[in-house]
Design a protein around this ligand. Structure first.
Ligand code: G3I
Length: 369
C-alpha cells in the first residue's frame, strides 16, 4: 500500500470513528442531567462539604456543586467542636465562606449540628451543673443560630441522641445515649435545645437527626422520643434520617422499613429529610466512625457493583418520591467518592474524579416525569 493510500484509508476509518466519538460525548453529556433539575418540583438535592481553604475545590468541582445541587450542609465546620473550641473562641471563617458561596450561587444551606455527643469540647461541661451547662448551651445556640438567622434554611438541632442496637425492652423507651448532655442536664436537654434554637430564629426548620432510626428497635425508640418532644412542646419540625446505607444492608425488608419509617414520621406531622445519604459497595452502613474510612485507595469498583449501587439508589429515590409530600430534601454526604468519609467504599453518585457513575443516571431516571 502506498503512503498516500494508507493516509486515505486512515482518514476514511477515522472520520466515522471521530463522528461516533463526538456523538458518544454529546450523548453522555445529554444523559448527565442535573439532579437538582430532575427533582426541581419534588425536593431539594444537597451535598455536604466545607470550604476549609479558599482553594478547597477545583473549578470542575465547583461546577459539579452548582450544576447538580441546590442545598448544602457543612460537613464539619458548624459542629460544636470546630466552631466553638473555647468558651470565648469562635472559628467563623469556614462557615462564613460556605454561607457566602451559597448566597452567591443561591443554594440553600442547612446547619449541622447544634447538640451532639461527639465533637463537643470539654469546656461545655467543666465545673458545670445543670444550670451552668444549659446556660452555655443557650449562649452557643443563640450565638450560632443568631449569626446566620435568615441565611440557614434548617438546623440539625440534636444529632444522634439514641443508642445503637437495643432490644424489645429498650424499644418501648427513648433509649437515650449516655452522653455528657444526658448526664449533666437530663433527658430534657433536647427540648431545651429546640427551644433555644426557636428563640434565636423564629422561622427556621428544626430537625432531630440520627442514623439507623428507620429500622428495628432504634426506630421504635425514635417514635417514643419524638412523641415526647412534641408532647413537651419542643418546636421540632422535621426528622433527619441520615441514610448511611450499604449494598449488603439494603435488603427488601430494609427498603420496606425505610418506606414505613417515613410514613410513621409523617403521621406525627413532621417533615422528613434524608440528610446524609450514601450507599457503600461493601461493609456495614450506620453513622459510626471507623472502618473503611478516608485514605485507603480502594480497588476500582466492578461494573456489577456499580450497577447494583445504581439499582439501590433508584429504589431509594423511588421511596423518597412516593413520600414527596413529606420529604423536602435529599442530601448526599459528600461531593464525590474521593471526598467521602467512606471513600474506600465508593458510596456516592460521582467517582473519585468527580465523574458520573451509573448511580447518577439511575437517580435522574427515578424522578417523576
Ligand atoms: O481537619 C483535620 C485535619 O486538620 C487533621 O490533620 C486530621 C487528622 O485526623 O483531621 C481532620 O479532621 C477530621 C475531619 O473529619 C475533617 O476531615 C477529623 O479528624 C475527623 O474525625 C472528621 O470526621 C468527620 C466525622 O463526622 C466526625 O466528626 C467526618 O469528616 C464527617 O463526615 C462525619 O460526619 C458524620 C456526621 O456529622 C453525623 N453523622 C455521621 C457522619 C459520619 O460519621
Amino acid at each position: 500500500m502506498t503512503a498516500n493510500l494508507l493516509l486515505a484509508r486512515r482518514s476514511f476509518l477515522a472520520a466515522p470513528a471521530a463522528a461516533l466519538f463526538a456523538q458518544r460525548i454529546s450523548l453522555s453529556a445529554a444523559a448527565v442531567a442535573a439532579m437538582k433539575d430532575a427533582y426541581r418540583n419534588v425536593f431539594l438535592i444537597g451535598t455536604a462539604l466545607d470550604f476549609r481553604r479558599p482553594d478547597e475545590f477545583t473549578s470542575e468541582e465547583l461546577e459539579l456543586i452548582t450544576s447538580h445541587f441546590n442545598a448544602l450542609t457543612p460537613e464539619n465546620s458548624m459542629k460544636p467542636g470546630p466552631i466553638h473550641p473555647q468558651q470565648d473562641t469562635w472559628n467563623w471563617a469556614p462557615p462564613d465562606a460556605l454561607l457566602s458561596f451559597s448566597a452567591d450561587k443561591r443554594i440553600k444551606t442547612f446547619g449541622h449540628t447544634l447538640v451532639w455527643h461527639a465533637q463537643t469540647n470539654p469546656w461545655f461541661f467543666e465545673n458545670a451543673n445543670r444550670d451552668v451547662a444549659l446556660a452555655r448551651l443557650r449562649t452557643h445556640i443563640h450565638t450560632l443560630v443568631g449569626r446566620y438567622k435568615g441565611r440557614i434554611a434548617g438546623w440539625d438541632v440534636v444529632n444522634e441522641a439514641i443508642n445503637d442496637g437495643g432490644d424489645a425492652t429498650t424499644a418501648a423507651t427513648e433509649n437515650l445515649r449516655n452522653s455528657r448532655w444526658l448526664q449533666t442536664v437530663g433527658p430534657d436537654f433536647l427540648t431545651q435545645a429546640f427551644g433555644f434554637a426557636r428563640e434565636a430564629d423564629p422561622d427556621v426548620a428544626l430537625h432531630y437527626n440520627d442514623y439507623t432510626i428507620e429500622s428495628g428497635f432504634k426506630h421504635q425508640s425514635s417514635l417514643v422520643l419524638l412523641k415526647r418532644l412534641i408532647a413537651d412542646g419542643a418546636p421540632i419540625t422535621s426528622v433527619g434520617i441520615q441514610g448511611h446505607w450499604s449494598l449488603t444492608g439494603l435488603t427488601p425488608e430494609r427498603y420496606q422499613q425505610i418506606d414505613d419509617a417515613i410514613a410513621h414520621y409523617k403521621a406525627l406531622k413532621l417533615k422528613v429529610a434524608i440528610t446524609e445519604l450514601d450507599v457503600t459497595l461493601s461493609g456495614a452502613g450506620g453513622g459510626q466512625l471507623g472502618g473503611g474510612g478516608r485514605g485507603t485507595p480502594p480497588p476500582p469498583p466492578t461494573a456489577e457493583q456499580l450497577q447494583a449501587q445504581a439499582e439501590a439508589y433508584a429504589k431509594l429515590f423511588g421511596i423518597f418520591v412516593k413520600h414527596r409530600d413529606a420529604v423536602d430534601r435529599v442530601t448526599f454526604w459528600g461531593l464525590h467518592d474521593r471526598r467521602s468519609w467512606r471513600s474506600a467504599q465508593s458510596p456516592l453518585a460521582f467517582d473519585r474524579d468527580g465523574k458520573p457513575k451509573p448511580a447518577l443516571d439511575a437517580i435522574v431516571a427515578a424522578a417523576p416525569k
